[in-house]
Design a protein around this ligand. Structure first.
Ligand code: FES
Length: 569
Protein backbone atom coordinates (compact mmCIF):
# COMPACT_ATOMS: atom_id res chain seq x y z
CA UNK A 1 0.00 0.00 0.00
CA UNK A 2 1.43 3.38 -0.94
CA UNK A 3 1.36 6.19 1.60
CA UNK A 4 -1.73 8.34 1.03
CA UNK A 5 -1.18 11.94 -0.07
CA UNK A 6 -0.48 14.35 2.79
CA UNK A 7 -3.81 16.10 3.07
CA UNK A 8 -5.80 17.11 6.10
CA UNK A 9 -9.41 16.84 7.23
CA UNK A 10 -11.85 15.25 4.84
CA UNK A 11 -9.29 15.50 2.01
CA UNK A 12 -7.02 12.91 3.60
CA UNK A 13 -6.94 9.44 2.05
CA UNK A 14 -9.57 9.98 -0.64
CA UNK A 15 -11.08 6.89 -2.24
CA UNK A 16 -9.53 6.43 -5.68
CA UNK A 17 -12.10 7.20 -8.37
CA UNK A 18 -9.54 8.91 -10.61
CA UNK A 19 -10.99 12.37 -9.85
CA UNK A 20 -9.95 13.69 -6.44
CA UNK A 21 -12.52 16.51 -6.39
CA UNK A 22 -15.30 14.04 -7.19
CA UNK A 23 -14.01 11.75 -4.42
CA UNK A 24 -14.20 14.63 -1.97
CA UNK A 25 -17.65 15.67 -3.21
CA UNK A 26 -18.92 12.11 -2.84
CA UNK A 27 -17.41 11.73 0.62
CA UNK A 28 -18.98 14.99 1.77
CA UNK A 29 -22.34 14.08 0.25
CA UNK A 30 -22.46 10.71 1.98
CA UNK A 31 -21.25 11.83 5.37
CA UNK A 32 -23.91 14.56 5.33
CA UNK A 33 -26.43 11.73 5.51
CA UNK A 34 -25.39 11.56 9.17
CA UNK A 35 -26.52 15.17 9.67
CA UNK A 36 -23.09 16.83 9.75
CA UNK A 37 -22.73 20.45 8.65
CA UNK A 38 -19.89 21.83 6.52
CA UNK A 39 -18.68 23.77 9.55
CA UNK A 40 -18.29 20.54 11.53
CA UNK A 41 -16.66 18.72 8.64
CA UNK A 42 -14.12 21.48 8.06
CA UNK A 43 -12.64 21.07 11.53
CA UNK A 44 -9.58 18.87 12.19
CA UNK A 45 -10.85 15.30 12.31
CA UNK A 46 -9.94 13.17 15.30
CA UNK A 47 -10.62 9.46 14.87
CA UNK A 48 -11.58 7.57 18.02
CA UNK A 49 -11.40 3.78 18.04
CA UNK A 50 -14.43 1.97 19.43
CA UNK A 51 -13.34 -1.33 20.94
CA UNK A 52 -16.46 -1.90 23.00
CA UNK A 53 -17.76 -5.46 22.85
CA UNK A 54 -20.26 -7.38 24.94
CA UNK A 55 -17.52 -10.02 25.16
CA UNK A 56 -14.99 -7.62 26.66
CA UNK A 57 -15.63 -6.44 30.26
CA UNK A 58 -12.16 -4.88 30.35
CA UNK A 59 -13.55 -2.41 27.79
CA UNK A 60 -16.95 -2.08 29.45
CA UNK A 61 -16.44 1.64 30.07
CA UNK A 62 -15.46 2.43 26.48
CA UNK A 63 -18.82 4.04 25.54
CA UNK A 64 -18.50 6.55 28.40
CA UNK A 65 -14.88 7.22 27.54
CA UNK A 66 -15.77 7.86 23.91
CA UNK A 67 -18.51 10.32 24.89
CA UNK A 68 -16.07 12.22 27.12
CA UNK A 69 -13.32 12.12 24.51
CA UNK A 70 -15.71 13.50 21.90
CA UNK A 71 -16.54 16.34 24.28
CA UNK A 72 -12.84 17.06 24.68
CA UNK A 73 -12.30 17.06 20.92
CA UNK A 74 -15.20 19.46 20.36
CA UNK A 75 -14.11 21.78 23.18
CA UNK A 76 -10.66 22.00 21.58
CA UNK A 77 -12.08 22.81 18.14
CA UNK A 78 -11.88 19.40 16.46
CA UNK A 79 -14.43 17.03 14.97
CA UNK A 80 -14.56 13.58 16.63
CA UNK A 81 -15.31 10.55 14.47
CA UNK A 82 -15.73 7.22 16.23
CA UNK A 83 -14.95 4.07 14.26
CA UNK A 84 -14.95 0.39 15.21
CA UNK A 85 -12.05 -2.00 15.30
CA UNK A 86 -11.67 -5.51 16.63
CA UNK A 87 -11.88 -5.95 20.39
CA UNK A 88 -9.93 -8.73 22.09
CA UNK A 89 -10.71 -10.00 25.59
CA UNK A 90 -8.42 -12.53 27.22
CA UNK A 91 -10.99 -15.07 28.27
CA UNK A 92 -13.07 -14.80 25.10
CA UNK A 93 -10.41 -15.42 22.48
CA UNK A 94 -10.03 -18.87 21.00
CA UNK A 95 -7.43 -20.30 20.81
CA UNK A 96 -5.72 -17.41 22.58
CA UNK A 97 -5.78 -13.63 22.43
CA UNK A 98 -2.17 -13.58 21.23
CA UNK A 99 -3.27 -15.35 18.05
CA UNK A 100 -5.48 -12.32 17.32
CA UNK A 101 -3.17 -9.48 18.39
CA UNK A 102 -1.63 -9.08 14.95
CA UNK A 103 -5.07 -9.17 13.32
CA UNK A 104 -6.11 -6.26 15.54
CA UNK A 105 -2.87 -4.45 14.71
CA UNK A 106 -3.57 -4.86 10.98
CA UNK A 107 -7.19 -3.75 11.45
CA UNK A 108 -6.19 -0.70 13.49
CA UNK A 109 -3.41 0.32 11.09
CA UNK A 110 -5.50 0.01 7.98
CA UNK A 111 -8.60 1.70 9.38
CA UNK A 112 -6.47 4.62 10.56
CA UNK A 113 -4.88 4.80 7.13
CA UNK A 114 -8.07 4.28 5.14
CA UNK A 115 -10.19 6.95 6.80
CA UNK A 116 -9.52 10.69 6.94
CA UNK A 117 -8.22 11.74 10.34
CA UNK A 118 -5.67 14.30 11.47
CA UNK A 119 -5.05 12.46 14.71
CA UNK A 120 -6.38 9.35 16.35
CA UNK A 121 -7.30 8.49 19.92
CA UNK A 122 -6.95 4.77 20.50
CA UNK A 123 -8.89 3.44 23.49
CA UNK A 124 -7.93 -0.02 24.71
CA UNK A 125 -6.93 -1.91 27.78
CA UNK A 126 -7.22 -5.67 27.81
CA UNK A 127 -3.83 -7.30 27.44
CA UNK A 128 -3.41 -7.49 23.65
CA UNK A 129 -5.38 -4.41 22.69
CA UNK A 130 -3.00 -1.58 23.62
CA UNK A 131 -0.04 -3.46 22.06
CA UNK A 132 -2.05 -4.06 18.88
CA UNK A 133 -3.12 -0.41 18.77
CA UNK A 134 0.44 0.80 19.34
CA UNK A 135 1.70 -1.50 16.57
CA UNK A 136 -0.98 -0.23 14.19
CA UNK A 137 -0.47 3.40 15.16
CA UNK A 138 3.31 3.08 14.79
CA UNK A 139 2.90 1.81 11.24
CA UNK A 140 0.16 4.28 10.25
CA UNK A 141 2.25 6.97 11.99
CA UNK A 142 -0.28 9.77 12.28
CA UNK A 143 -0.50 11.78 15.55
CA UNK A 144 -1.83 9.32 18.14
CA UNK A 145 -2.98 9.58 21.75
CA UNK A 146 -3.54 6.40 23.77
CA UNK A 147 -6.29 6.18 26.37
CA UNK A 148 -6.19 3.05 28.54
CA UNK A 149 -9.57 1.91 29.83
CA UNK A 150 -8.09 1.70 33.33
CA UNK A 151 -7.95 -0.94 36.05
CA UNK A 152 -10.98 -2.37 37.82
CA UNK A 153 -11.49 -1.92 41.57
CA UNK A 154 -10.48 -4.66 44.01
CA UNK A 155 -12.79 -7.46 45.14
CA UNK A 156 -13.47 -8.66 48.69
CA UNK A 157 -14.09 -12.14 50.10
CA UNK A 158 -14.24 -13.20 53.75
CA UNK A 159 -12.26 -10.16 54.83
CA UNK A 160 -9.60 -10.66 52.15
CA UNK A 161 -8.88 -8.22 49.32
CA UNK A 162 -8.88 -9.99 45.96
CA UNK A 163 -7.48 -9.13 42.55
CA UNK A 164 -7.94 -10.54 39.08
CA UNK A 165 -6.25 -12.57 38.11
CA UNK A 166 -3.49 -13.33 40.60
CA UNK A 167 -6.13 -14.39 43.11
CA UNK A 168 -8.12 -16.22 40.40
CA UNK A 169 -5.13 -18.52 40.07
CA UNK A 170 -4.46 -18.67 43.81
CA UNK A 171 -8.07 -19.55 44.59
CA UNK A 172 -8.22 -22.05 41.75
CA UNK A 173 -5.06 -23.63 43.16
CA UNK A 174 -6.79 -23.93 46.55
CA UNK A 175 -9.82 -25.49 44.88
CA UNK A 176 -7.62 -28.01 43.06
CA UNK A 177 -5.88 -28.85 46.31
CA UNK A 178 -9.25 -29.43 47.98
CA UNK A 179 -8.82 -26.49 50.38
CA UNK A 180 -12.04 -24.81 49.21
CA UNK A 181 -15.18 -26.45 47.87
CA UNK A 182 -17.39 -25.98 44.80
CA UNK A 183 -19.82 -23.67 46.61
CA UNK A 184 -17.04 -21.28 47.61
CA UNK A 185 -15.40 -21.24 44.18
CA UNK A 186 -18.83 -20.38 42.72
CA UNK A 187 -19.14 -17.43 45.10
CA UNK A 188 -15.61 -16.33 44.24
CA UNK A 189 -16.45 -16.20 40.53
CA UNK A 190 -18.62 -13.18 41.37
CA UNK A 191 -16.05 -11.42 43.54
CA UNK A 192 -12.74 -11.59 41.70
CA UNK A 193 -13.61 -9.07 38.96
CA UNK A 194 -16.08 -6.72 40.62
CA UNK A 195 -16.13 -3.81 38.13
CA UNK A 196 -15.51 -2.96 34.51
CA UNK A 197 -11.88 -2.35 33.62
CA UNK A 198 -8.63 -4.23 33.25
CA UNK A 199 -7.08 -6.63 35.76
CA UNK A 200 -6.04 -4.56 38.79
CA UNK A 201 -2.80 -6.34 39.60
CA UNK A 202 0.48 -5.64 37.80
CA UNK A 203 -0.51 -8.03 35.02
CA UNK A 204 0.01 -7.45 31.33
CA UNK A 205 -2.70 -4.80 30.94
CA UNK A 206 -1.40 -2.69 33.83
CA UNK A 207 2.21 -3.24 32.77
CA UNK A 208 1.56 -2.13 29.20
CA UNK A 209 -0.45 0.90 30.35
CA UNK A 210 2.39 1.97 32.68
CA UNK A 211 4.93 1.56 29.88
CA UNK A 212 2.70 3.57 27.53
CA UNK A 213 2.66 6.40 30.06
CA UNK A 214 6.44 6.17 30.46
CA UNK A 215 6.78 6.46 26.69
CA UNK A 216 4.69 9.61 26.69
CA UNK A 217 1.93 8.14 24.52
CA UNK A 218 -0.88 8.90 26.99
CA UNK A 219 -1.63 11.70 29.44
CA UNK A 220 -0.16 11.69 32.98
CA UNK A 221 -2.14 9.37 35.26
CA UNK A 222 -3.95 7.67 32.40
CA UNK A 223 -2.31 4.30 33.15
CA UNK A 224 -3.69 3.93 36.63
CA UNK A 225 -6.90 5.92 37.24
CA UNK A 226 -9.52 3.29 38.13
CA UNK A 227 -11.81 2.45 35.21
CA UNK A 228 -14.96 3.47 37.05
CA UNK A 229 -13.69 6.69 38.67
CA UNK A 230 -14.85 10.14 37.52
CA UNK A 231 -11.20 11.07 36.96
CA UNK A 232 -11.10 8.43 34.19
CA UNK A 233 -13.91 10.28 32.39
CA UNK A 234 -12.06 13.55 32.83
CA UNK A 235 -8.90 11.91 31.49
CA UNK A 236 -10.88 10.85 28.42
CA UNK A 237 -12.06 14.42 27.86
CA UNK A 238 -8.50 15.70 28.28
CA UNK A 239 -7.20 13.01 25.90
CA UNK A 240 -9.65 14.15 23.23
CA UNK A 241 -8.45 17.73 23.61
CA UNK A 242 -4.82 16.58 23.57
CA UNK A 243 -5.43 14.77 20.29
CA UNK A 244 -6.59 18.04 18.70
CA UNK A 245 -3.44 19.82 19.89
CA UNK A 246 -1.30 16.91 18.74
CA UNK A 247 -2.86 17.07 15.27
CA UNK A 248 -1.91 20.74 15.07
CA UNK A 249 1.65 20.01 16.19
CA UNK A 250 2.06 17.16 13.73
CA UNK A 251 3.93 15.14 16.37
CA UNK A 252 3.78 11.50 15.25
CA UNK A 253 4.34 8.19 17.04
CA UNK A 254 7.77 7.95 15.41
CA UNK A 255 8.69 11.32 17.00
CA UNK A 256 7.67 10.10 20.46
CA UNK A 257 8.47 6.38 20.46
CA UNK A 258 12.18 6.64 19.76
CA UNK A 259 14.98 4.46 21.07
CA UNK A 260 15.29 6.41 24.32
CA UNK A 261 11.55 6.17 24.94
CA UNK A 262 11.66 2.39 24.52
CA UNK A 263 14.60 2.22 26.94
CA UNK A 264 12.57 4.27 29.41
CA UNK A 265 9.68 1.85 29.00
CA UNK A 266 11.94 -1.15 29.62
CA UNK A 267 13.34 0.56 32.71
CA UNK A 268 9.80 0.94 33.99
CA UNK A 269 9.10 -2.72 33.18
CA UNK A 270 11.89 -3.67 35.57
CA UNK A 271 10.88 -1.17 38.26
CA UNK A 272 7.27 -2.32 38.37
CA UNK A 273 8.11 -6.05 38.31
CA UNK A 274 5.92 -6.09 35.23
CA UNK A 275 4.57 -8.80 33.00
CA UNK A 276 6.87 -10.90 30.84
CA UNK A 277 4.39 -10.45 28.00
CA UNK A 278 5.24 -6.77 27.75
CA UNK A 279 8.67 -7.60 26.40
CA UNK A 280 7.16 -9.43 23.43
CA UNK A 281 4.69 -6.61 22.80
CA UNK A 282 7.18 -3.76 22.97
CA UNK A 283 9.64 -5.72 20.81
CA UNK A 284 6.86 -5.83 18.22
CA UNK A 285 5.96 -2.13 18.57
CA UNK A 286 9.62 -1.12 18.32
CA UNK A 287 10.04 -3.40 15.31
CA UNK A 288 7.29 -1.48 13.50
CA UNK A 289 9.50 1.62 13.82
CA UNK A 290 12.69 -0.15 12.79
CA UNK A 291 14.01 -0.21 16.37
CA UNK A 292 15.54 -3.38 17.84
CA UNK A 293 15.37 -3.68 21.60
CA UNK A 294 18.67 -4.59 23.20
CA UNK A 295 18.07 -7.66 25.39
CA UNK A 296 21.52 -7.51 26.96
CA UNK A 297 20.82 -3.92 27.98
CA UNK A 298 17.39 -4.91 29.28
CA UNK A 299 18.98 -7.58 31.44
CA UNK A 300 21.56 -5.04 32.69
CA UNK A 301 18.72 -2.67 33.56
CA UNK A 302 17.34 -5.52 35.66
CA UNK A 303 20.51 -5.48 37.74
CA UNK A 304 20.53 -1.70 38.15
CA UNK A 305 16.85 -0.89 38.58
CA UNK A 306 15.17 -2.20 41.73
CA UNK A 307 11.51 -3.22 41.89
CA UNK A 308 9.84 -0.27 43.60
CA UNK A 309 6.13 -0.92 43.13
CA UNK A 310 4.49 -3.07 45.79
CA UNK A 311 1.75 -4.62 43.65
CA UNK A 312 0.60 -8.18 43.18
CA UNK A 313 1.86 -10.57 41.92
CA UNK A 314 5.31 -9.37 43.06
CA UNK A 315 4.00 -7.45 46.10
CA UNK A 316 0.83 -6.83 48.10
CA UNK A 317 -1.25 -3.98 46.62
CA UNK A 318 -3.41 -3.22 43.58
CA UNK A 319 -3.55 -0.60 40.81
CA UNK A 320 -5.97 1.71 42.61
CA UNK A 321 -3.49 1.89 45.51
CA UNK A 322 -0.68 2.59 43.05
CA UNK A 323 -2.73 5.40 41.57
CA UNK A 324 -3.51 7.09 44.87
CA UNK A 325 0.15 6.74 45.87
CA UNK A 326 1.10 8.97 42.95
CA UNK A 327 0.99 6.58 40.00
CA UNK A 328 3.45 6.73 37.14
CA UNK A 329 4.59 10.35 37.62
CA UNK A 330 5.71 9.50 41.15
CA UNK A 331 7.39 6.25 40.07
CA UNK A 332 9.12 8.00 37.17
CA UNK A 333 10.44 10.64 39.57
CA UNK A 334 11.83 7.89 41.80
CA UNK A 335 13.67 6.19 38.92
CA UNK A 336 14.54 9.41 37.05
CA UNK A 337 18.32 8.80 37.35
CA UNK A 338 17.82 5.73 35.13
CA UNK A 339 15.71 7.57 32.53
CA UNK A 340 16.22 9.89 29.58
CA UNK A 341 13.74 12.57 30.59
CA UNK A 342 14.15 14.57 27.38
CA UNK A 343 11.80 12.25 25.48
CA UNK A 344 8.61 13.81 24.12
CA UNK A 345 5.01 13.20 25.16
CA UNK A 346 1.61 13.55 23.52
CA UNK A 347 0.91 16.32 26.01
CA UNK A 348 3.30 18.61 24.16
CA UNK A 349 6.15 18.55 26.66
CA UNK A 350 8.81 16.12 27.77
CA UNK A 351 9.01 13.31 30.30
CA UNK A 352 10.72 15.79 32.62
CA UNK A 353 7.55 17.94 32.51
CA UNK A 354 5.44 14.90 33.37
CA UNK A 355 7.72 14.08 36.31
CA UNK A 356 7.57 17.69 37.53
CA UNK A 357 3.84 17.22 38.05
CA UNK A 358 4.30 14.21 40.35
CA UNK A 359 2.35 14.37 43.59
CA UNK A 360 3.85 13.58 46.99
CA UNK A 361 1.59 11.38 49.06
CA UNK A 362 2.72 11.33 52.69
CA UNK A 363 2.81 7.90 54.29
CA UNK A 364 2.18 5.89 51.13
CA UNK A 365 4.06 2.61 50.94
CA UNK A 366 3.08 1.36 47.48
CA UNK A 367 5.77 3.21 45.52
CA UNK A 368 8.99 2.62 47.40
CA UNK A 369 12.15 4.68 47.32
CA UNK A 370 15.32 3.35 45.74
CA UNK A 371 16.74 3.05 49.26
CA UNK A 372 13.86 0.78 50.32
CA UNK A 373 12.93 -1.37 47.31
CA UNK A 374 10.65 -4.40 47.09
CA UNK A 375 13.49 -6.30 45.46
CA UNK A 376 17.06 -5.38 44.63
CA UNK A 377 17.59 -6.04 40.97
CA UNK A 378 14.59 -5.74 38.72
CA UNK A 379 11.81 -8.07 37.87
CA UNK A 380 12.84 -9.84 34.68
CA UNK A 381 15.98 -11.66 33.63
CA UNK A 382 16.91 -12.74 30.11
CA UNK A 383 18.21 -16.30 29.91
CA UNK A 384 20.34 -18.11 27.38
CA UNK A 385 21.80 -21.61 27.60
CA UNK A 386 21.58 -24.61 25.31
CA UNK A 387 17.80 -24.88 25.74
CA UNK A 388 17.24 -21.26 24.70
CA UNK A 389 19.68 -20.27 21.93
CA UNK A 390 17.53 -17.23 21.03
CA UNK A 391 16.61 -16.46 24.61
CA UNK A 392 14.07 -17.04 27.34
CA UNK A 393 12.71 -15.03 30.26
CA UNK A 394 12.17 -15.52 33.95
CA UNK A 395 10.28 -13.18 36.24
CA UNK A 396 12.57 -13.13 39.22
CA UNK A 397 10.33 -10.97 41.37
CA UNK A 398 7.53 -13.56 41.20
CA UNK A 399 9.81 -16.60 41.56
CA UNK A 400 10.91 -18.63 44.57
CA UNK A 401 14.53 -17.60 45.37
CA UNK A 402 15.27 -21.13 46.60
CA UNK A 403 14.57 -22.52 43.11
CA UNK A 404 16.54 -19.97 41.09
CA UNK A 405 19.54 -22.31 41.09
CA UNK A 406 18.05 -25.74 40.60
CA UNK A 407 18.79 -29.00 38.84
CA UNK A 408 16.09 -31.60 38.37
CA UNK A 409 14.72 -34.43 36.31
CA UNK A 410 12.62 -33.47 33.27
CA UNK A 411 8.94 -34.40 33.23
CA UNK A 412 7.87 -33.63 29.67
CA UNK A 413 4.45 -32.72 28.29
CA UNK A 414 4.25 -32.74 24.50
CA UNK A 415 1.58 -30.08 24.26
CA UNK A 416 -1.47 -28.66 25.98
CA UNK A 417 -3.61 -31.75 25.39
CA UNK A 418 -0.96 -34.07 26.74
CA UNK A 419 -0.56 -31.85 29.80
CA UNK A 420 -4.32 -31.74 30.40
CA UNK A 421 -4.56 -35.52 30.05
CA UNK A 422 -1.72 -36.51 32.39
CA UNK A 423 -0.90 -33.66 34.79
CA UNK A 424 -3.41 -34.66 37.45
CA UNK A 425 -3.03 -38.40 37.12
CA UNK A 426 -2.02 -40.18 40.30
CA UNK A 427 0.21 -42.32 38.05
CA UNK A 428 2.31 -39.36 36.89
CA UNK A 429 5.93 -40.01 37.82
CA UNK A 430 6.78 -36.65 39.37
CA UNK A 431 8.32 -35.21 42.51
CA UNK A 432 8.62 -31.64 43.78
CA UNK A 433 12.28 -31.55 42.71
CA UNK A 434 11.51 -32.31 39.06
CA UNK A 435 11.41 -29.75 36.25
CA UNK A 436 8.09 -29.63 34.40
CA UNK A 437 8.57 -29.13 30.65
CA UNK A 438 5.81 -27.98 28.31
CA UNK A 439 6.53 -27.78 24.58
CA UNK A 440 4.65 -27.19 21.33
CA UNK A 441 3.07 -24.20 23.06
CA UNK A 442 4.95 -21.44 21.24
CA UNK A 443 3.84 -18.94 18.56
CA UNK A 444 3.44 -21.61 15.85
CA UNK A 445 3.20 -24.73 17.99
CA UNK A 446 0.02 -24.02 19.92
CA UNK A 447 -0.69 -21.84 17.82
CA UNK A 448 -0.76 -18.39 19.38
CA UNK A 449 1.69 -18.92 22.25
CA UNK A 450 -0.97 -19.26 24.94
CA UNK A 451 -0.53 -18.27 28.57
CA UNK A 452 0.05 -21.89 29.48
CA UNK A 453 3.57 -21.43 30.89
CA UNK A 454 2.09 -21.30 34.38
CA UNK A 455 1.93 -25.11 34.41
CA UNK A 456 -0.26 -26.08 37.37
CA UNK A 457 1.41 -28.03 40.14
CA UNK A 458 0.42 -31.69 39.53
CA UNK A 459 -2.58 -32.45 41.72
CA UNK A 460 -0.88 -35.14 43.75
CA UNK A 461 1.92 -32.70 44.66
CA UNK A 462 -0.51 -29.82 45.27
CA UNK A 463 -2.31 -32.01 47.80
CA UNK A 464 1.01 -32.51 49.58
CA UNK A 465 1.33 -28.72 49.87
CA UNK A 466 3.80 -28.13 47.02
CA UNK A 467 3.33 -24.52 45.91
CA UNK A 468 6.11 -24.03 43.35
CA UNK A 469 8.36 -26.01 41.05
CA UNK A 470 10.70 -25.07 38.20
CA UNK A 471 8.58 -25.03 35.07
CA UNK A 472 9.86 -24.30 31.57
CA UNK A 473 8.12 -23.83 28.23
CA UNK A 474 7.97 -22.02 24.92
CA UNK A 475 4.62 -20.55 26.02
CA UNK A 476 3.80 -17.24 27.68
CA UNK A 477 2.42 -16.69 31.17
CA UNK A 478 -0.22 -14.33 32.43
CA UNK A 479 1.34 -11.26 33.96
CA UNK A 480 -0.79 -11.98 36.99
CA UNK A 481 0.82 -15.37 37.65
CA UNK A 482 3.72 -16.25 39.91
CA UNK A 483 6.24 -19.04 40.35
CA UNK A 484 9.71 -20.13 39.22
CA UNK A 485 8.77 -20.26 35.58
CA UNK A 486 10.98 -19.99 32.49
CA UNK A 487 9.03 -18.70 29.50
CA UNK A 488 9.33 -17.69 25.84
CA UNK A 489 12.02 -20.26 25.11
CA UNK A 490 13.16 -19.50 21.57
CA UNK A 491 13.29 -20.94 19.06
CA UNK A 492 10.15 -22.85 20.01
CA UNK A 493 10.06 -26.63 19.81
CA UNK A 494 7.60 -26.73 16.88
CA UNK A 495 10.18 -25.13 14.58
CA UNK A 496 13.00 -27.39 15.74
CA UNK A 497 14.17 -25.61 18.90
CA UNK A 498 16.11 -27.71 21.42
CA UNK A 499 13.11 -27.87 23.77
CA UNK A 500 11.78 -30.47 21.33
CA UNK A 501 14.73 -32.75 22.09
CA UNK A 502 14.13 -33.09 25.85
CA UNK A 503 13.14 -36.56 27.05
CA UNK A 504 11.60 -37.67 30.32
CA UNK A 505 14.31 -38.22 32.90
CA UNK A 506 16.90 -35.87 31.33
CA UNK A 507 18.56 -33.51 33.77
CA UNK A 508 17.80 -29.79 33.37
CA UNK A 509 19.64 -27.03 35.20
CA UNK A 510 18.28 -23.54 35.85
CA UNK A 511 21.01 -21.12 36.88
CA UNK A 512 19.31 -17.73 37.01
CA UNK A 513 22.43 -16.02 38.35
CA UNK A 514 24.39 -17.19 35.30
CA UNK A 515 21.37 -16.47 33.09
CA UNK A 516 21.23 -20.05 31.78
CA UNK A 517 18.74 -22.82 31.25
CA UNK A 518 20.53 -25.98 30.10
CA UNK A 519 19.72 -29.51 29.10
CA UNK A 520 22.45 -31.68 30.62
CA UNK A 521 22.69 -34.15 27.76
CA UNK A 522 25.91 -34.60 25.79
CA UNK A 523 26.23 -33.17 22.32
CA UNK A 524 26.48 -36.54 20.52
CA UNK A 525 23.17 -37.65 21.98
CA UNK A 526 21.57 -34.29 21.10
CA UNK A 527 22.82 -34.60 17.52
CA UNK A 528 21.23 -38.05 17.26
CA UNK A 529 17.94 -36.76 18.69
CA UNK A 530 18.00 -33.80 16.29
CA UNK A 531 18.39 -36.13 13.32
CA UNK A 532 15.41 -38.20 14.50
CA UNK A 533 13.19 -35.18 15.32
CA UNK A 534 9.91 -34.92 13.42
CA UNK A 535 7.85 -31.73 13.42
CA UNK A 536 4.41 -31.85 15.03
CA UNK A 537 1.47 -32.54 12.68
CA UNK A 538 -0.11 -29.58 10.86
CA UNK A 539 -2.87 -27.73 12.69
CA UNK A 540 -6.38 -28.49 11.43
CA UNK A 541 -7.52 -25.66 9.16
CA UNK A 542 -3.98 -24.41 8.55
CA UNK A 543 -4.44 -24.51 4.77
CA UNK A 544 -6.58 -21.35 4.58
CA UNK A 545 -7.65 -18.08 6.10
CA UNK A 546 -6.15 -16.17 8.98
CA UNK A 547 -4.58 -19.29 10.53
CA UNK A 548 -2.60 -19.84 7.35
CA UNK A 549 -1.47 -16.21 7.24
CA UNK A 550 -0.56 -16.38 10.93
CA UNK A 551 1.46 -19.61 10.64
CA UNK A 552 3.29 -18.38 7.55
CA UNK A 553 4.18 -14.99 8.99
CA UNK A 554 4.43 -15.07 12.78
CA UNK A 555 7.95 -14.55 14.14
CA UNK A 556 9.49 -16.02 17.27
CA UNK A 557 9.17 -14.55 20.78
CA UNK A 558 12.53 -12.76 20.64
CA UNK A 559 11.30 -10.93 17.52
CA UNK A 560 7.98 -9.89 19.06
CA UNK A 561 5.72 -12.48 17.38
CA UNK A 562 4.78 -9.87 14.78
CA UNK A 563 4.05 -10.80 11.19
CA UNK A 564 7.27 -10.72 9.21
CA UNK A 565 5.71 -8.65 6.41
CA UNK A 566 4.65 -5.91 8.88
CA UNK A 567 8.20 -5.13 9.94
CA UNK A 568 10.02 -2.63 7.72
CA UNK A 569 13.02 -4.23 6.04
FE1 FES B 1 -8.64 -8.09 30.32
FE2 FES B 1 -7.10 -9.01 32.43
S1 FES B 1 -8.66 -10.05 31.28
S2 FES B 1 -7.03 -7.11 31.39
Amino acid sequence: MTTPPKATGLRAGLATYGDAEFSLFLRRAFIKAMGFTDEALDRPIIGITDTFSDFNPCHGNVPELIEAAKRGVLLAGGMPMKFPTISIAESFSYPTSMFLRNLMALDTEEMIRAQPMDAVLVIGGCDKTLPAQLMGAASANIPTVVLPTGPMLVGHHKGEVLGACTDCRRMWGKFRAGEIDQAEIDVLSGRLAPTKGTCMVMGTASTVACMVEAMGMCLPGAASIPATHADRIRAAEASGAAAVRLAASGRRPSDIMNKAAFRNALTVLQAIGGSTNALIHFTAVAGRLGIKLDMAEFDRLGLEVPVLVDLKPSGDHYMEHFHWAGGMPKLLREIAPHLDTSTLTVNGGTLADLIAGAEDVPGQTVIRTRENPIAIGGGLAVLGGNLAPSGALIKRSAANPALMQHEGRAVVFDGLEDMAARLDSDDLDVTADDVLVLRNAGPKGAPGMPEAGYIPIPRKLARQGVKDMVRISDARMSGTAFGTIVLHIAPESAVGGPLGLVQNGDRIRLDAAARRIDLLVDEAELTARRAAWVPPPAHPGAERGYLRLYLEQVTQADEGCDFGFCVPS
